[in-house]
Design a protein around this ligand. Structure first.
Ligand code: FES
Length: 497
């Protein structure tokens, strides 16, 4: 099934869609972990909040994530230490640890049924090649007071050279948690609307957010949309990637709870267990690539399945899904007021988004309540870090510039609609213009402009997710052109044959 195990296992809840014009103090766009936690905290502190979600609560990236919460970071703490400083890396670990603590506190206080538990986190190398990486991470983590130890074997059927174990990290079902928390938000201070996509934000005396059937006028807006909607200079410092996941049901065997990260660089993989009903699952995640820049997207699922079968007695692969993340140029997320007055953002979480999402909500709650937050300067959205960003900035923006060359004549994938199989899409050149042409299972052809409505890059057909993905800043559109995610507000323009 092409769906995350979290969404399949989470409870069903629903909220109305917006059908009127209303005013509030703070409007939050996005009902994932960042938006829902921010709404919860702000409503708890007495602020008037409206949350607008384009689809359903936790129906986006939060519900497609790993379900892992940890103080460490995918990029490794020792890299943050060498790029920034020992103190910065220590604060990253501390701030992330506090975010995990908040999740635990809220789960306990509200009895949220989301399988939350504390588990150890492991980072391991299968060969000696990566031992130094592990050793550096042990040194860094020990320096920050994290409870770590060095191991040379794991409680898994995997031979390892060296591993680091950090106790006290956590796992949960992220979709069940976000939905459970949304239900506990103080409804006298916060209204939640689903299926209410914001397609425009007008800056008047206040900010006016437009949806199909109503508007919200707000003094402040939080864009909890993973990457900010619209055009921001910051987008040159955010690089969109996709990653894949499978949940394999096991015939037999199990392995102890934990977050297991393999450092093998060609196909970085993480693993964890999950129990659903009477069945044991192993989740295998990895295989990242730039959005919209692949020829065969399904190969990632095949490779994950191979990895799962290599170590475990797999009955079948019951769930497959993918998710997007945005890497920041200087290695840290951007959280706080944006270059637009009164618009707050939280982005650049890399693959560590669940913990950073909660941390963002904590920082934004303090900022919007005029309280000092110990980490707001560290993650400040308006920071300018040319030296720390330079390497990634140059590499990634050369890559973006190359994507624009796809708009040159003669760069289409097909000359005619006949070359498109049912269920597939291709970019076709029609009257010197690139069209995104999708042929559905009934053979009906759906034509849209292939020019991304964010900043005019040419979209790419994603054969695994049946979507049009933009290689420049990560906007994604359904096969029929509607926005799925990313900075674009508008669907791909319709074209008539
Ligand atoms: Fe920016 Fe498409 S997402 S041009």
């Amino acid at each position: 099934m092409r769906q995350s195990i979290w969404k399949a296992a989470a409870q069903k809840i629903s909220f109305p869609s917006l059908n009127e014009n209303i005013s509030t103090e703070i409007a939050i766009v996005g009902g994932g972990i960042t938006g829902v936690t921010a709404a919860y905290l702000l409503a708890r502190s007495g602020r008037k909040v409206v949350l607008l979600e384009a689809g359903t609560i936790s129906g986006g990236t939060s519900g497609d994530s790993t379900g892992n919460l940890y103080a460490m970071v995918d990029k490794r703490l020792h890299h943050i230490q060498s790029k920034w400083s020992k103190e910065t890396a220590a604060n990253v670990a501390r701030s992330r640890g506090e975010a995990v603590n908040l999740v635990e506190e809220l789960v306990k206080r509200h009895q949220i049924d989301c399988s939350f538990k504390r588990v150890p986190w492991y980072l391991f190398s299968e060969t000696e090649k990566k031992d130094r990486t592990i050793e550096k991470e042990i040194e860094a983590a020990a320096h920050y007071g994290l409870p770590v130890e060095e191991l040379h074997e794991l409680p898994l059927p995997i031979k390892v050279s060296t591993a680091i174990k950090a106790d006290g990290q956590a796992q949960f079902n992220p979709a069940a948690y976000v939905k459970g928390l949304a239900e506990k938000i103080d409804s006298t201070n916060c209204r939640i609307f689903e299926n209410s996509e914001v397609y425009h934000i007008e800056k008047e005396e206040e900010l006016v957010l437009s949806t199909a059937k109503g508007t919200v006028t707000a003094q402040k807006v939080i864009l909890a949309t993973h990457t900010p909607k619209g055009i921001y200079g910051l987008q040159t410092a955010l690089y969109p990637y996709r990653e894949y996941a499978i949940a394999a049901r096991l015939n037999s065997g199990d392995f102890p709870d934990g977050i297991y990260w393999d450092t093998e660089a060609d196909f970085h993989t993480s693993m964890r267990t999950y129990r659903k009903g009477n069945d044991n699952y192993v989740l295998v995640l990895g295989g990242h690539h730039k959005v919209g820049q692949e020829d065969d997207y399904n190969r990632f699922y095949r490779k994950l399945e191979q990895n799962a079968r290599r170590y475990f007695d797999v009955a079948d692969i019951e769930y497959e899904w993918s998710a997007q993340h945005y890497k920041p140029a200087d290695g840290l997320p951007y959280i706080g007021e944006s270059s637009d007055d009164n618009i707050y953002i939280a982005t650049g979480f890399s693959t560590d988004g669940l913990t950073y999402g909660v941390l963002s909500a904590m920082i934004l709650d303090d900022q919007l309540n005029g309280r000092k937050n110990p980490w707001s300067d560290l993650y400040k959205a308006s920071r300018f870090t040319p030296v720390k960003s330079a390497r990634n900035f140059i590499k990634e923006n050369i890559n973006v510039a190359k994507q624009y060359l796809k708009n040159l004549p003669g760069k289409a994938e097909a000359e005619s609609f006949d070359e498109i199989a049912a269920g597939q899409g291709k970019v076709v050149e029609v009257d010197d213009e690139k069209w995104a042409v999708f042929k559905d299972e009934n053979g009906q052809v759906h034509c849209r402009s292939a020019v991304c409505t964010h900043m005019d890059c040419i979209v790419d057909w994603n054969d695994a997710e049946k979507s049009w993905d933009c290689p420049c800043h990560g906007s994604r559109f359904k096969a029929t052109g509607e926005v799925i995610e990313g900075p674009a507000f508008s669907p791909l323009d319709k074209r008539n044959t």
